[in-house]
Design a binder for this molecule. Sequence first.
Ligand code: NI
Length: 268
Amino acid sequence: MFQQNKLSRLLYALWSDFCVLNPQAQFIKNSLESPGEQVINDHLALRTFSLPEISAEALAAKWLPYGYEIEGEYAFNSKNLTALHLRHFDVGMPKIFISQFIVQSASVGLQKIITRALAQLGPDKIAQESLLYSGRGWQASFTDYRDLCDESEYAAWVYAHGFRANHFTVFINKLKKMNDIRDLNRFLKDRKHQLNTSGGEVKGSPAALLEQSSTQAVLVPVRFSDGVYEIPGGYYEFAKRYPARDGKLFQGFVTESADRIFESTYSG
Ligand code: NI
């Protein structure tokens, strides 16, 4: 297999780290699997800043040796974000969705906080594949986090958590019984998981070839230079895909839905 073991190890490292950021995820995965389902990931998502060394393209480059290639590009103008997604030649492998905050078009204050943080990441660390799940490699203060939140909750999230999977996404089509997104949402709500309701619990439609829902990120404690504070961590997403005209399942993303899903880490 093409680098398959190394890719599996990378995906597992990202998942293990993600479970710290989102303690609900392993619990939800287990509760889906205990009646005999097997959870397959549709995609996982990474967040970053648009600075050249750590841009979405730079993070994407770390996946190319494993058989991934860049497939789609997206823009979220109201959030000052762009994104791309990577697709593996084996359609059974999860897609990788990488978004980035466009630092260059942010306020001078935000740019200063971000460039100061990134100056603390050495080139060696940036060059390593483990950067993808290395967390926050810089000192961060809650004061700066709050200031960033006022301008961009997305930028504040990356500043506070660093590099790690923001979410994993269950591929609903592969669930034997729970393969209707509304049934799945009910299952989650029955177990007291809060869903992201921005734009409705279900984003997208069969006509858009993609339906998505997600949990709202739970608060996790994060150590800042000025204290430990609880802030939104990661979330778990669920995606159902529909066949396009060619009869094959749609493999892209729907900008309007993804735009709402970003809000799963908003503190509200
Ligand atoms: Ni997603």
